[in-house]
Design a protein around this ligand. Structure first.
Ligand SMILES: O=c1ccn([C@H]2C[C@H](O)[C@@H](CO)O2)c(=O)[nH]1
Ligand SMILES: [Zn+2]
Length: 149
């Protein structure tokens, strides 16, 4: 199987962006976060125009927590879709925009360094980024091809 990040990104329409942001904001309500009380919702759009969503899921064994971003990505993969155009993430923040955690950045680059990433505030305002800029000098599938003999 070819790695997902070798495919070129696809631009999303204004209507799709609106839907993506609405879904991310809605998913925040589904967060299971009794420990941190920090709700995060994510939505992504695939090249074949399917949406997948996720929320953070915590656990009494804290380290087992999975972020909203990864839940959405793993759901897309399980649905047979690995070509992701864009992701929107909405979390409980009042102040400045917050980017995804390091673990999620690593998972994001696996599925496309040129994927568009929208950080969304609860009021619906957003900041647009590109995954490549979130993860400079990333270790990607192509890094494995650079392995020494
Ligand atoms: O990008 C992020 C950062 C944090 N969280 C979750 C993990 C945990 O449940 C809570 C606090 O870290 O927020 C996410 O879902 N995405
Ligand atoms: Zn994360």
């Amino acid at each position: 199987m070819e790695s997902a990040s070798s495919t070129k990104n696809k631009k999303i329409t204004d209507d799709q962006l609106k839907e993506l942001i609405d879904k991310a904001m809605g998913m925040r309500e589904k967060a299971y976060c009794p420990y941190s009380k920090f709700r995060v919702g994510a939505a992504l759009l695939t090249h074949n125009n399917r949406f997948y969503t996720g929320c953070n899921v915590e656990n009494a064994s804290y380290g087992l927590t999975v972020c909203a971003e990864r839940v959405a990505i793993y759901s897309a993969v399980a649905g047979g879709d690995t070509e992701i155009s864009a992701m929107a993430v909405c979390c409980d923040i009042k102040g400045k925009f917050q980017g995804p955690c390091g673990a999620c950045r690593q998972v994001l680059v696996e599925f496309g360094e040129d994927m568009t990433f929208f950080c969304v505030k609860p009021d619906g305002t957003y900041q647009e980024m590109v995954v490549r800029d979130l993860m400079p000098m990333a270790f990607t599938p192509s890094s494995l091809a650079e392995a020494a003999d």
